[in-house]
Write a protein that binds this ligand. Sequence first.
Ligand SMILES: *[C@@H]1O[C@H](CO)[C@@H](O)[C@H](O)[C@H]1NC(C)=O
Ligand SMILES: *[C@@H]1O[C@H](CO)[C@@H](O)[C@H](O)[C@H]1NC(C)=O
Ligand SMILES: *[C@@H]1O[C@H](CO)[C@@H](O)[C@H](O)[C@H]1NC(C)=O
Ligand SMILES: *[C@@H]1O[C@H](CO)[C@@H](O)[C@H](O)[C@H]1NC(C)=O
Ligand SMILES: *[C@@H]1O[C@H](CO)[C@@H](O)[C@H](O)[C@H]1NC(C)=O
Length: 629
Amino acid sequence: MKLSAVAILGGFAAFVFAAPAPNSYVMHEKRSVRNEKWSRRRDIKLNRDAIIPMSFGLAQRNLENGYDFLMDVSHPGSKNYGKHWPMSKSWLMESGIESERIILSKGRNWFKVNVTVEEAESLLKTQYHVYTKVQTGKDHLAYDEYSVPIHIKEHIDFITPTIHFNATVKQMKQRRDLHTREMKVKPFTNIHPGNPDAVPQPDVTYSLANCDQYITPECLRALYNFSNGTLGVSSYGIVEYTPEAYLQPDMNLFYSNLARQIPAGTAPINDLIDGAIVQTTTQSFDDNGEADLDLQYAIALVYPQKVILYQTGDMVEGASFNNFLDAIDASYCTSGGGDNPTYDAIYPDTASGGYNGPENCGTFTPASVISTSYGYNEADLTAAYETRQCNEYMKLGLAGTTFLYSSGDYGVAGNSGQCCTKAKCAGGTYNSGSSGTFNPSFPATCPYVTAVGATQIKPNTAVTATAPEEACQTVIYSGGGFSNVFAMPSYQSSAVATYFKSHKPTYSATQYNNSQTVRGYPDVSANGANYVVAVDGSLTLVYGTSASAPVFGSIITLINEQRVSAGKSAVGFINPTLYANPPAFNDITSGGNQGCGTKGFTAVAGWDPVTGLGTPNYASLLSVFLALP
Ligand SMILES: *[C@@H]1O[C@H](CO)[C@@H](O)[C@H](O)[C@H]1NC(C)=O
Ligand SMILES: *[C@@H]1O[C@H](CO)[C@@H](O)[C@H](O)[C@H]1NC(C)=O
Ligand SMILES: *[C@@H]1O[C@H](CO)[C@@H](O)[C@H](O)[C@H]1NC(C)=O
Ligand SMILES: *[C@@H]1O[C@H](CO)[C@@H](O)[C@H](O)[C@H]1NC(C)=O
Ligand SMILES: *[C@@H]1O[C@H](CO)[C@@H](O)[C@H](O)[C@H]1NC(C)=O
């Protein structure tokens, strides 16, 4: 930062400065190595009234206590339920900085506030100095160390301007595998592919009587006992990775057949991340099926709530979950080492002709609920990489966002039905799936997301809010099992203990981690078979936990609509509340999730690693969440 930019005199009203007692402070950061490129200017005395534009990033590292913090705002028994962070803001306010002066970044994870040198030094128990960059003669404001109150230390990552001098990022370029979408297709053979005017065959009537063959928004409302949205006060985000893209004509075809209350032309709000485009140049089921499915059902179920599409990545590199998280949280971009060039896209892309602008860093606001139907095998990535990303879901949960991920479509096997050749899936070597070690899915195994598995209506059964479904065994099998990376979170320990006590699976410890100390997934489930979706101009049947996750997210979005209109916060991280209220679910007690040459696990009474707690009963879930503060 140039000194001239710092020296603007502010027009702020005087305020009473009442910081907590100094002895409650702890050192937050200290510069350990002198940087020879910068020299301290002892000749410049800072004007005490000069204004420093400060930014406070919500912590990514120092999250050892993160789980407790998250439970504090997410556990239904907590007095702080729903009081989502950032607490760094309350510290500033307690310190006498008026709320109007504090501006929350678009990404909700940075605060910006203009403070005087005097205020800054008092807040951080430090002294600012001017440093000059030897090479260029440019001045920069920094201090050698600074402190923050003990109770704030865990909540903030770093504060700028601080001890950091402008670090430069090294560019590396390399291709990596794209995630496999959690979806499979079976064409709807009554429709001629490629005909944009395709309509259902006259002998196909979409009605509650044939939901066992054709799932529509109306079927889902009957199954889970909810009705459409009315108020439009909550937000719902769907993430897609370029080149996957929705087509507006497909949206319109879907509305005209299956969601007639929605006007043609209704589209999501497109948040384009890292040079993304909603491409229309290549059209195929692989290019459009996932996005069409996710957005048609999300919009049909939550309308008139706004649906935000987070279209992520350019056409050349494509992007990863970390690139998306960077775009909604500036403090994630660099903390803990930042992105990993092996797995994440690095922008600007100067090497391979992709997006050449700066990567989006906290540019976009996280929606209250965010659903993603893409996943890796846990064994594709390193545990350190997964832990860093999982902690970010914890942090965003603390700030009030619900993250849903589909649990996978291959039962106990991994993407494309592959299983591991080594114990604990070490090293990511896979076989074709007829034997081997169970292959769990990430981020579904991260304990800070809600993992959604798949069910189906029992064939020849009428759809009602009370008729039980079974685990999905048509085309796909619900992803589920136990993590090789993440420990069991306390919110599910009793549910998992009951499962092992009453229904201990017969598999050995070489097939999956049966220690009862690791995270089990999925958490919940929703229908994943026979979805009628408009893709590339025709109505097609689609299967997968890809469908289940956006449907479950729609129900949470409708619950948020009711909470917000009752003057309450959005629900944020929901798992502790879900596990504390099993009666709010339709328990699924039949079917299994075969894979790796086994029958997989079996759906049983109570939680199971096939369908989790079961499918949602909206009316019950709503009353649970409305009863919370
Ligand atoms: C370095 O500092 C300059 C001037 O304050 C700023 O414009 C630039 O964005 C900074 N670069 C990095 C990588 O932080
Ligand atoms: C700080 O002051 C600058 C210059 O007046 C202004 O552009 C900026 O918006 C202010 N920032 C905040 C957070 O008020
Ligand atoms: C809700 O559903 C009813 C009946 O299906 C329909 O008439 C109404 O237009 C819908 N309202 C919204 C906002 O979608
Ligand atoms: C299961 O997980 C626990 C906890 O991480 C670990 O100590 C144990 O070694 C794992 N067991 C196997 C067989 O991998
Ligand atoms: C469905 O929801 C309504 C309230 O909208 C409730 O009265 C009814 O009991 C619910 N039905 C079931 C089967 O849960």
